[in-house]
Design a protein around this ligand. Structure first.
Ligand code: GNR
Ligand code: NI
Length: 177
């Protein structure tokens, strides 16, 4: 197991479209393990392979709260089959440290994916899990939460992230908020 480096906007690799996983072998199992470890260490409730510079279609999610047992889910080659309703959620993204902004998404989704065992499964989700599935699925297409914000907020966030990159991430993020 290893903690991988999470790419930060404006890293261009975050804009790459990820390719389907063709075989679930030891390499993919190791990648999924590393992604889970990286997500828990961050900490975050989801992580897409794109965010660690691996352009493959898989992500991990664990939306369990602190008092709940961990509930790691691995989604390989996910497809959102159905979206229903609307919700606005204050989202964060590990590729946009310190940014928390409201994003509108479907309130409920039905998703199909392969598990680590290679077997297809379907899941109907609402609440944070539905939001996280849409957020992670977006990463696999190179879509970021700024793409779903108002133009004004998008400009504020991109400028903040560009300044942060220019500083070489040396200062504490909190110092600039
Ligand atoms: O840790 C995360 N929290 C979060 C909160 C609300 C909506 C989406 C997310 S996903 C994010 C981790 C991340 O960047 N995944 O790509
Ligand atoms: Ni994200």
């Amino acid at each position: 197991m290893a903690i991988r480096t999470i790419l930060h906007y404006p890293d261009k690799r975050l804009r790459e479209k990820a390719q389907p996983v063709t075989v679930i072998d030891d390499e993919i199992r190791k990648l999924a393990e590393d992604m889970a470890e990286t997500m828990y260490a961050a900490p975050g409730c989801g992580l897409a392979a794109t965010q660690i510079g691996v352009p493959k279609r898989l992500f991990v999610i664990d939306t369990a709260t602190q008092d709940e047992p961990s509930a790691l889910r691995v989604f390989i080659n996910p497809e959102i089959l159905h979206r229903e309703g609307d919700t606005t959620w204050e989202e964060g993204c590990l590729s946009f440290p310190t940014v928390h902004e409201e994003v509108k998404r479907a309130a409920r989704v039905k998703v199909r994916a392969l598990g680590l065992d290679g077997k297809p499964f379907e899941l109907e989700a609402d609440g944070l899990l539905a939001v996280a599935i849409q957020h992670e699925n977006d990463h696999l297409d190179g879509t970021l939460m700024i793409d779903r914000m108002s133009m004004l907020k998008r400009k504020m966030v991109t400028r903040k992230m560009e300044k942060r990159a220019q500083r070489g991430y040396k200062d504490q993020d909190e110092a600039s908020t």
